[in-house]
Structure formats: C-alpha cells, structure tokens
Write a new protein. Structure first.
Length: 319
C-alpha cells in the first residue's frame, strides 16, 4: 500500500509518501515547509497568513513529495489529509487538494485526526505494539492517553488551559526570543540555572490533568521583577521555566504510570510525541524517569515529533 499524506493544520505545509509492503514500513518522501519566517515577527501563528502560505505552497510541496518518492500519482493507493483539529483555513486547503486528487485518480480520500497522527507516529519506525501509554505535548494540545488499539484512545488527563508548546511560545515571546519559542528556550536554558521557584499548578491534584497558565503568570512576574537587575536573567528564567515544566510532567507521568500498570500489569511501552518531545532536556529527563519505573521509552526522531505529513500517511495506512 502506498499513501500520499498531506498536513496543513497549522504552520507547516507538508506532504509525504509512505509505503507498507511485505510488512515493511518505509517513508519514501517527507517534504515540509515550516512558515517560521512568515510568523516570527508576530511571536505566534497568524491564521490568515498561514492560510495564504498554504495556498502558495501546497502544489509545489505535493509534487515534490511525489517526485522524491520516485512514484507516480498512478501508483498511489489512497490520499490522506489532516481533517482536524487545526486552523480552519489550513485544513480547508489540505483536505480540498487531497479530495481533488482522490477524485481525479479514483482513489479513496481519508481524513485523519491530527492527534491520532501524533499518537501513532512512533509505530512508523518502531515495533511498538498496543496498548501503550502516550504523553502528547504539542503547540495546541497536552494530554496523557492510553492507546488501546487503533481508534480506541483513552484520555487520562489533559490541559485545563494552555498547551505546553503554546506556553513555551508565549514565554519566548515575552523574552523576545523569536518564534517558535520551544527551541529558543531550550537553547537559552542551557546557559542558565533554575534559580527561580516558579509555580507548578495542579502538582498535588493526584490526577493526569495539567495547567500551565499559572506557570506562565509566575514566569511573567519574575521577568518583571528581574529584568533590570541581572544581565543574564533570561538564561536563568528559561532554565527555571524548563525545570518547572519537567517537574509537572514528572508528577503527571508518575500518576499515569500507576493507572496504566493497574490496567495492563505486563505492558510497559511509553511514548512521548508532539513538538515539545523534540526538546533534548525533556527527552533525557523523561528517559531516566521511565527507566526508574521500568517503562520502555520510545520517542520518534525529531522530524517525526513536530508536525509532518508522514504521520498522516502512516495513520491512513493503519486505518
Ligand atoms: O506538534 P507540533 O509541531 O505542532 C502542533 O501540533 O501544535 O508542536 C509545535 C510546538 C510549538 O509550540 C513549539 O514551540 C514546540 O512544539 N517545540 C518545542 C521544541 N520544538 C518545538 N518545545 C520545546 N522544545 C523544543 N525543542
Ligand atoms: Zn501537531
């Protein structure tokens, strides 16, 4: 089976061809344009700009994905596109192109849930069997999920306000670090020390829900207090923010490990997916944590953590 996947739900215009043949999975092409330049002066994604960029790029990106895969449109068995959640303009572009192609090639069109794409992405490059535990941390969502099987996902907890990636982006904007904020904060944090005790909401709620708005407010307060005092305060603020983020993730993961073990005593696969999963500090810390609880951690390679179309094509193949 060969599937063309299209992803346009936010600020990445992406297309990919994935093949599943003789039980072997292969990404034949994975083309992506990240609209960082277009949105950076705004410190976040501007939906109207994203929409117009997708219109400009989608033809070129799709054709490149086909060309790089060394296949022809006629070899494609199905066309998949992200159907949601996401920004409406982008979703409209991706699904319209995919439906048009499907109609003209007389092949099925498959709409894919973006979050399911992230959740199933580790199965593209690993031998990962169901059930498994998932920490999903993106720019729009933060949740802990049990993937029981394809199409059956149990949400153990989710953010009650901001998503984790969104919090990274907002703090980066506050500190004038550019967009997207996650990688910038990670870089700045390496030079600093976690000297500020920032608030960690819901730490004792004994569940898997998250709240990041209080952490954001407490970071803003500290920035206001410190910005004129120390030359390198940005490094320390970033290190303190990341430290607080990890402490929250650690507590929630521990709660989730317990719930998962009660349901599946003999299973131990744990995956972290989404843009924030590409953060090395978070990856390393969670790896240690998983090991100490006898969980086997799987994190997709970075290009498959952030938004991409290979996960969309793969999810269509799974379905
Ligand atoms: O999964 P993703 O590409 O798109 C969504 O589905 O939202 O995630 C994007 C988010 C952004 O908020 C970005 O700042 C964050 O992932 N991100 C990171 C890093 N790289 C991307 N956050 C922390 N550290 C990183 N290295
Ligand atoms: Zn995403």
């Amino acid at each position: 089976m060969i599937v063309l996947g299209i992803e346009t739900s936010c600020d990445e215009t992406a297309a990919s061809v994935v093949e599943f043949k003789n039980k072997k999975k292969k990404i034949l092409s994975n083309v992506l344009y990240s609209q960082f330049k277009e949105h950076s002066s705004y410190g976040g994604v501007v939906p109207e700009i994203a929409f117009r960029e997708h219109i400009k790029l989608i033809d070129k990106i799709t054709l490149q994905a086909i060309k790089k895969s060394k296949k022809k449109f006629l070899n494609i068995d199905a066309i998949a596109a992200t159907g949601g959640p996401g920004l409406h303009g982008g979703l409209l572009i991706g699904t319209t192109i995919a439906k048009g192609l499907a109609l003209s090639l007389n092949k099925p069109f498959i709409a894919i849930n973006h979050l399911e794409g992230h959740i199933l992405s580790p199965r593209l490059e690993n031998n990962l069997n169901f059930p498994y535990l998932v920490l999903l941390v993106t720019g729009g969502h933060t949740m802990i999920v049990i993937a029981h099987k394809i199409g059956k996902y149990e949400i153990l907890g989710a953010t009650l306000d901001d998503a984790l990636g969104e919090s990274y982006d907002k703090i980066a904007k506050l500190l004038n670090l550019g967009f997207p904020g996650g990688p910038q904060i990670e870089t700045f944090a390496k030079k600093g020390h976690p000297i500020f005790n920032l608030s960690k909401p819901l730490l004792n709620s004994n569940d898997c829900n998250f709240s990041f708005s209080g952490l954001k407010t407490s970071t803003i307060r500290n920035v206001e207090l410190e910005k004129n005092k120390k030359k390198n305060f940005k490094y320390d603020i970033c290190a303190s923010f990341q430290h607080a983020v990890y402490k929250i993730l650690e507590t929630k993961c521990k709660n989730a490990f317990q719930i998962f073990k009660n349901k599946y005593p003999n299973k131990n696969n744990f995956v972290v997916v989404g843009g924030v999963a590409s953060n090395n500090f978070i990856r390393q810390k969670i790896k240690k944590l998983a090991k100490s609880f006898k969980f086997n951690l799987i994190v997709p390679k970075k290009i498959l953590c952030t938004d991409n179309a290979a996960m969309i094509a793969w999810t269509a193949i799974e379905k």
